[in-house]
Design a protein around this ligand. Structure first.
Ligand code: TXA
Ligand code: MG
Length: 323
């Protein structure tokens, strides 16, 4: 492994925030304070930056990420708000509430950041540093909590440094976070539903809505299937997938990897012709979607399991699972 970046911690003054926005614009990774926990930010519209973010966290799977924006107007460019979503945004933004909403047409968030779902999670943080960074950058910032996978969420810049030094470009120090636990997540795709309890109490949300929130999926026996994209479940192609293909069968389309794509497919898309796993991760969901329109089985060439390959193979295995 090559040496990672020397990760600086800068007090979050105007100069440091401008530098952080430049790092994001260049596809780099910046940890920044929000009112809940520190987030690890990447340009949400840049699939390769998002791929590097997963690699830095060491996540063995691509979970969808929250897109952070400075205000409701910026959020409306990304997602469709029904009446309940509009009410909740007015009442609780900025603040520790994340809304999962149907993607708007032309939503600029990269497919990898939403893990291929047709919904997007959006949050407007209530922290002066997060606000200043989002306004300086001018694009949505994908940010999971700034910890290594499996570790607890960081509430100080030092926690972030302990966990991620050498793996990210910059840490903005804005002091300890006020809330200390993650945002509450509510899906407004049909009936408003609580997906994760967090910094905004359920009772406050229900009072504003004037009705109870539905429970997280899987809480009620006999509950019907959920609308696609409702859960952080998985993007599932309609077509069958055949993994680790070493030949293409008649009628198949091919999801290739590397410089020597197999011959004989009706259509081929290559995750990365140069065999680069960051590029492959950035292309994964959009290529699957594009190949899924042909109604043919998708043969998938082997992808190495190291680094981001673990998460790529995890998603491919889920997409290939019988339904
Ligand atoms: O307070 C917070 O929310 C912090 C700060 C940094 O903003 N962020 C945070 O992100 O906790 P993360 O990645 O640790 O948790 C995001 C959660 C994950 O459980 C993910 O599955 C869910 O949000 N999520 C994201 N997009 C989703 C979607 N389209 N549908 C359902 N769940 C989604
Ligand atoms: Mg987390």
């Amino acid at each position: 492994m090559t040496a990672g970046p020397a990760t600086g911690i800068l007090p979050a003054d105007a100069e440091a925030i401008a530098a952080a926005a430049d790092v994001l614009a260049g596809g780099g990774l910046v940890a920044f304070p929000t009112e809940t926990v520190y987030g690890l930010g990447a340009d949400a519209t840049n699939g390769e930056a998002v791929a590097r973010l997963y690699a830095a966290k060491g996540r063995p799977a691509f979970n969808p990420l929250i897109a952070h924006v400075p205000d409701l107007a910026a959020a409306r460019a990304l997602a469709r708000f029904d009446a309940a979503a509009g009410t909740l945004a007015q009442a609780f933004w900025p603040g520790p509430l994340t809304l999962v909403l149907p993607k708007a047409k032309g939503c600029a968030v990269a497919d990898l950041a939403t893990a291929g779902l047709d919904t997007v999670a959006i949050r407007v943080p209530d922290h002066p540093v997060a606000q200043a960074l989002l306004r300086a950058f001018g694009r949505p910032v994908a940010a999971p909590s700034a910890n290594r996978s499996g570790h607890v969420s960081p509430t100080t810049a030092q926690h972030v440094h302990d966990d991620l030094a050498g793996r990210i470009d910059l840490i903005l120090d804005g002091g300890p976070t006020a809330v200390g636990l993650e945002s509450t997540i509510v899906a407004c795709v049909g009936e408003p539903r609580l997906l994760r309890p967090g910094g905004t109490p359920r009772g406050d949300i229900e009072r504003v809505l004037g009705r109870p929130l539905a429970d997280p999926p899987g809480q009620h026996a006999g509950e019907g299937p959920l609308a696609p994209g409702m859960l952080a479940s998985h993007y599932a192609p309609k077509a069958a997938l055949r993994l680790d293909a070493t030949a293409v069968y008649p009628g198949e389309v091919l999801l290739a990897f590397g410089p020597r794509p197999l011959a004989g497919a009706k259509a081929t898309l290559n995750l990365s012709a140069r065999g680069d796993l960051v590029e492959a991760a950035a292309n994964l969901f959009s290529h699957l979607r594009a190949l899924d329109t042909a109604g043919a089985t998708i043969a998938v060439m082997p992808v190495p399991h190291e680094g981001l390959g673990e998460a790529i193979n995890d998603r491919l295995a889920r997409a290939a699972a019988p339904r």
